[in-house]
Each structure stands twice: as structure tokens, then as C-alpha cells.
Write a protein that binds this ligand. Structure first.
Ligand code: UD1
Length: 352
């Protein structure tokens, strides 16, 4: 059986690694890896391939940045001939980025079977580009691999037949489980005893000057209680340069997977608008304050350490003071977040 994986953006890489690894041990599977080039900076892409042990892509579509329509269309246009030439039996798409939906659309039009890894997540907020990508991809997919029970529930409500849905657990946690020991061995120079680790990149938070200023102001307040380490996504760095007060907040370049994992595992608190980091902090038991009003990952709130603080500075202040007083929310690890999700996907694809 020929399986083609297609990835494009940073959060895809830690999801594809465990699936490729698990399929590698199945003799009759031939794997191809396509990188769309949605993320192209070395520190957003290459370094992750190296640390996660992902083979070099067989094809790089080198689409680069653009508006949503342009980027999505470019991925579709460049992926179609690859799909026609390689003729895979199944294409696996990952997560909720523009590369995910673009590839799923091309496959659906050409009648090629698609599997969606990390299916069924819903924020119920259609102003998020990722929510549109999730909805469309799940409608088109033939196999839907969900990380948690809420995913199955959302898909069933949208009319997806139960026999297409496989609850396999969280592939992103597979990578974390595999690489946490190596991350802990990383030398981290000058890491403060306690610190807040911040990431911020959602368009809803960084694209509007007034909103971004408000968030940066709250982070400046945080920095009076705790040193703030803020590895900045290229998009955020550009916006801060455009609008922000940036001299008091020390911005770092994007970190590698191992560096970031090591920092997360040692952080006093993580403040973020990322999806994946809500999951990783839940696994690690580190308090996470999420700068969003909703989450497509509700188990991180119901079971994990995640608290949604939105953009309310008072709420952020209140939750931070709880953390500093040693009263942070305690959590547990959700079922099937155990490092074996990739194996379960491989079993669905290959076991009779
Ligand atoms: C994308 C995903 C988002 C994910 C995030 C992780 C979509 C719709 N969004 O958002 O879900 O959480 O990746 O990082 O797919 N840029 C660079 N170098 C790069 C990549 C991007 O400078 O290697 C800059 C460009 O100016 C680009 C901007 O970042 O215009 C945004 O990149 P894009 O891929 O469009 O979306 P992300 O914000 O990265």
C-alpha cells in the first residue's frame, strides 16, 4: 500500500513523525512525504525535521506565504500533479492548517482516499481560519482519526458515519513522550528559576494593533512578577515591530522542538494562544493560561491544566496570582494520550 503524507506548517511536523515511524515497521507500506513549504524559515521547519527524525521530504511544493486564497490555491495547484504522478492509495493530512484543507480538496476531487489525523476538533468559532479548515477537511475525509471523545461526538453531530471514525489518541503527545527525555538533557543556559513562557500568533490576537497592544500591556504587567520568555512567531514579530511597545519585553527567535519542550517542562506558567501548547502543558501538568475565549481542545480545560482567560487583563492577573500562590489548577492526562496514537493509526491502516 502506498501512503502519502502531506505537511506544511510547524504544528504538522510533530504529528507526522510518530505516524511515519509506526508505518515504517510495516513491510508492505511505501511512504512518501510532501512538504508544501507553507512554513519555510529554517527555524520554523528544517530544525523540526532533524530533531523529530522525519525523513527529508520527497517533494517540496515551496508555496511560501500569501493570503489564504492564494496560499491554499497554490498548494492545490502544485499538489495535483504530484498526486497524479505518485498515485498513492491513501493520503494522510494533519491538523488544521491551510496545507491540510488544500490537500484534502485535491484528493477528494481526484477520488483519492484521505485520512485526517486530529479530526473532530471544533472551537465553534468560524472567524478562525483553522475552524474552516477543520470543518471542510472532516467532511472530505474517508478516515477520521480523533484525539479525544469530544472529536467523535462533534463528527457524529455533523453526520459523519461512525465507521469512518477512529479514536486513536493524540499523536502530538506521541512526539512529546518520545522526546521529553532528550529535551530534559538539553543544556539551557541562563534559564531563570521561575518564569512565564509566552507564545502568541493567532491572527485574532496579533493582526489588530489595539488588541495586540492590550495583550502586550498585560504581558508587561506579568513581567513585574516573573521573567517573561517570549519566543516569537515571525508573524508576531512583524506585528510587534509595526505596533507594539517592545523594548521591555524580550523577544526570542522561534525555538527548536527540544528547546521549547525543555522550557515548557520547566516553566512556572505558560501563556499562549496556540492549540498544541494547550495539549502539551496538560500532559506536562504545567499551568496554561490561554489568551482565547474558546478552545477546540476542551479536554485540556475539563481534565487538564488549561484555563481560558481570553483577552481580559483582570482574568489573566487573577489566574496568574493563583499560580504564584501555589494554587494553580491541577489536571490529569486525558485517556489515550499515551505515546501510542501513531501505532493505533498504523494498526487501523494495516491490520485486517
Ligand atoms: C499557521 C496555521 C496555524 C498554526 C501556525 C503555527 C493556517 C491557517 N494557520 O499560521 O493554524 O497554528 O501556522 O505556526 O494554516 N512566516 C515567515 N516564515 C515562515 C512562515 C511564516 O516569515 O516560515 C510569516 C509570513 O509573513 C506569513 C506569516 O508568517 O505571511 C503567516 O504564515 P502562515 O503560514 O500564513 O500562517 P501562520 O500564522 O504561521
Amino acid at each position: 500500500m502506498k501512503v502519502l503524507h502531506i505537511v506544511g506548517a510547524r504544528p504538522n511536523f510533530m504529528k507526522v513523525a510518530p505516524v511515519m515511524n509506526a508505518l515504517k515497521t510495516r513491510m508492505h507500506i511505501v511512504q512518501t512525504l510532501v512538504h508544501t513549504g507553507q512554513h519555510y524559515d529554517a527555524n520554523m521547519s528544517d530544525v523540526f525535521f532533524g530533531q523529530l527524525g522525519i525523513p527529508a521530504p520527497d517533494v517540496n511544493l515551496a508555496v511560501g506565504s500569501g493570503t489564504h486564497a492564494r496560499q491554499t490555491a497554490e498548494i492545490m495547484t502544485r499538489f495535483e500533479p504530484v498526486l497524479l504522478a505518485r498515485k498513492p492509495d491513501l493520503v494522510l493530512v494533519y491538523g488544521d492548517v491551510n496545507s491540510t484543507v488544500a490537500a484534502a480538496l485535491v484528493c477528494a476531487k481526484l477520488g483519492v482516499r484521505v485520512g485526517h489525523v486530529e479530526a473532530g476538533l471544533r472551537s465553534f468559532d468560524r472567524t478562525m481560519p483553522e475552524e474552516i479548515n477543520r470543518l471542510v477537511t472532516d467532511q472530505l475525509a474517508d478516515l477520521l482519526f480523533t484525539p479525544s471523545e469530544d472529536g467523535d461526538f462533534n463528527l457524529r453531530k455533523e453526520g459523519i458515519p461512525a465507521e469512518k471514525i477512529f479514536r486513536v489518541g493524540n499523536v502530538m503527545i506521541d512526539s512529546l513522550v518520545a522526546l521529553l527525555p532528550a529535551a530534559r538533557r538539553q543544556k539551557q543556559n541562563r534559564l531563570p528559576q521561575s518564569f512565564a513562557l509566552v507564545t502568541l500568533h493567532r491572527p485574532a490576537n496579533v493582526d489588530d494593533g489595539a488588541i495586540l497592544q492590550g495583550i502586550l500591556q498585560s504581558l508587561l504587567e506579568v513581567s513585574r512578577d516573573l521573567p517573561v520568555l517570549f519566543p516569537a512567531h515571525p508573524r508576531t514579530r512583524k506585528r510587534i515591530a509595526d505596533f507594539g511597545p517592545h523594548d521591555q519585553l524580550q523577544l526570542l527567535d522561534p525555538l527548536s522542538y527540544l528547546e521549547f519542550l525543555a522550557m515548557q517542562s520547566k516553566a512556572t506558567v505558560v501563556i499562549t494562544d496556540s492549540g498544541g501548547i494547550q495539549e502539551e502543558t496538560t500532559y506536562l501538568g504545567i499551568p496554561c493560561l490561554t489568551l482565547r475565549d474558546n478552545t477546540e481542545r476542551p479536554v485540556t480545560v475539563s481534565l487538564g491544566t488549561n484555563v481560558l482567560v481570553g483577552r481580559d487583563p483582570d482574568k489573566l492577573r487573577h489566574e496568574l496570582s493563583r499560580v504564584l500562590a501555589g494554587q494553580a489548577k491541577k489536571g490529569t492526562i486525558p485517556p489515550l494520550w499515551d505515546g501510542q496514537a501513531g501505532e493505533r493509526i498504523a494498526a487501523v491502516l494495516t491490520d485486517p
